[in-house]
Design a protein around this ligand. Sequence first.
Ligand code: 0RQ
Length: 496
Amino acid sequence: MKTKIMSAEEAASFINDGDNVGFSGFTPAGCPKVVPAALARRAKAEHEAGRPFAIGMFTGASTGDRLDGELARANAIKFRTPYQSNKDLRKLINSAGTQYFDMHLSMLAQELRYGFLGPVDVAIVEAADVTEDGQIVPTSGVGILPTICRLAKKIIVELNDKHPKAIRGIHDLTEPLDPPYRKELPIYSPSDRIGLPYIQVDPEKIVAIVHTSEPNDEGDFAPLDDVTKAIGDNVARFLADELKSGRIPKEFLPIQSGVGNVANAVLGSLGDNEVIPPFDIYTEVIQDSVIALMKKGRVRFASGCSLSVSRSAIQDVYSHLDFFRDKLLLRPVEYSNSPEIVRRLGTITINTALEADIFGNINSTHVNGTRMMNGLGGSGDFTRNAYISIFTTPSTAKDGKVSAFVPMVSHLDHSEHSVKVIVTEYGVADLRGLSPRQRARCIIDNCVHPDYRPLLNQYLERGIEGQTPQDLDNCFAFHKAAVEKGDMRMTEYTEK
Ligand code: 0RQ
């Protein structure tokens, strides 16, 4: 392997214009950093010389700024899938500067194997260790690493010494067989291991090893405010009541929680709730709050696809590997987000909506039905298969000018059939077993901001017949007011 050690620039020269490149990691955790940045510099130089240079990108989920950000700013992305959350890439997507294909995270690895998305020419992976015989130990995020390493013709390894070799053992890495030979994925409890602590590749395919010492991008959490704290407390109270009523077994059930401030607040409140016993996490993204709850004995075990934690939390984990080793496990995304496993374990899923309608449909991705925010991520993998699927959202956005609740969502990601509970700072709408009219009443009375309740009540009272009283002339009146007047509170309905 020593002969393959080279600079990021030299490694980037293995990638050609038009190549499809797979990247390891999930969120900034575990993503390569220096080779993508070198690739972006190369793309800029090629463009300046009047030559085209753009790649197709397969990732586990969002990445870091040194990957998505650099390549977007260099205008070097031909197409990209799946989830992203980088502001420059978002700009490129919404100006049609790249083709973005949003998909359920659990499905990407298998669709690559099925050949639906073209070849993987090169895999660029971050590793804590690589051995002469081709064992690769990932770092703090896995994503689609096993699949891209197997499919790629060439593998470039970023060997990052910010992650100790002793991390070996924290991963559980494997790939399922494909149809018609697929069998069950035999995970019956979040801590079950079914793979190896490394992936085995043909060492001949490793064309470059680049040494780095780059930390992951820091995820910054806003301190809890009244709204996020109230949402967290409402979720915790709801789940504690479900437990007391016997609708959740007394042992409790594994929790999945999305990314961001609300998700972190929800986990904090669950950890503080005295009725809820110590619990397990079966999720994609393990955030800071999980590490803190583990130290307090409130989280027993966490299985995820990445440790998307602050630099201080990752240091904490690495300095106390003896404590965390039997409490943490990182899997490929097709296992962490597997619909089969999520349903078998009875996972309680908690994700954040961008917008909901009063009948219980959820938009997670598109502002005003047009502009992509981030993407679907794993929210669909978990929601559709949950024991109880919960969506959280502040009741308003943009200083109250946007209501999170509208008559009809402007884009549909999760339908009324998959959404069981919606929670805001005002309360909990438990939609289980309710008809569309009952759901609308329940959501307006429990979740909607008081400024918008009269407008949504008026909408319901427009005398529309049928199972779901949508008024086709006015179902987007809220969005029209946002676009034309900049404030949904100025919504006007047309006369009948
Ligand atoms: O924008 O910061 O410019 O004001 O959206 O909103 O409230 O900070 O919440 O960071 O949790 O993001 C749905 C985008 C929420 C995210 C979404 C504006 C709001 C703000 C962010 P500003 P908040 P969050 C696990 C599961 C889909 C994927 C998923 C997401 C910005 O949670 O991408 O669930 N989810 N994955 O002002 C216009 C509205 C708005 C709005 C909020 N209705 N209209 N703007 N905003 N509501 C993760 C993975 O899969 C990896």
